[in-house]
Unconditional design. Structure first.
Length: 137
């Protein structure tokens, strides 16, 4: 729908606490920046606590710049196979729970962003109860 919508990050995101985006097959970035800002800008999200991204197969980045989210608590990601970076949470006092274990090994880290800042988990949704004993007779 809005393939060329560009986010002007100088507008305040101080109050944003949750990002939830689902079923947008063509979305490449949630907060794209224009070309002169891309990659060099640090974009603060001071109150962001939750990120939930579901079935966004083309999503490559959440933000075009380096996303800083020191108060992030939980990240839940499903079906976002092109996503390779998570926000920088280096200012956080505890590890961020990240429900994204199935693609954890494909993530890229840079700057002060480290895997130790996150606690990867696997969703209960994918855990199936297994039968005990043999089903063959």
């Amino acid at each position: 729908m809005f393939k060329e919508l560009v986010f002007q990050y100088h507008y305040s995101l101080d109050r944003l606490e949750t990002i939830e985006v689902m079923w947008c097959g063509d979305l490449n970035e949630v907060f794209p920046l224009n070309t002169d800002q891309r990659g060099h800008s640090r974009v603060p999200f001071p109150r962001l606590k939750r990120i939930h991204l579901h079935e966004l197969p083309s999503l490559q980045r959440i933000c075009g710049g380096r996303m800083l989210a020191p108060n992030l608590e939980t990240v839940k990601i499903r079906g976002c196979w092109s996503l390779t970076r998570l926000p920088d949470v280096s200012g956080s006092s505890k590890a961020v729970e990240c429900d994204c274990e199935e693609w954890w090994d494909r993530l890229e880290w840079d700057g002060s962003s480290r895997p130790s800042h996150y606690k990867p988990t696997h969703s209960r949704y994918y855990k199936k109860t297994m039968l005990k004993g043999s089903v063959l007779r």
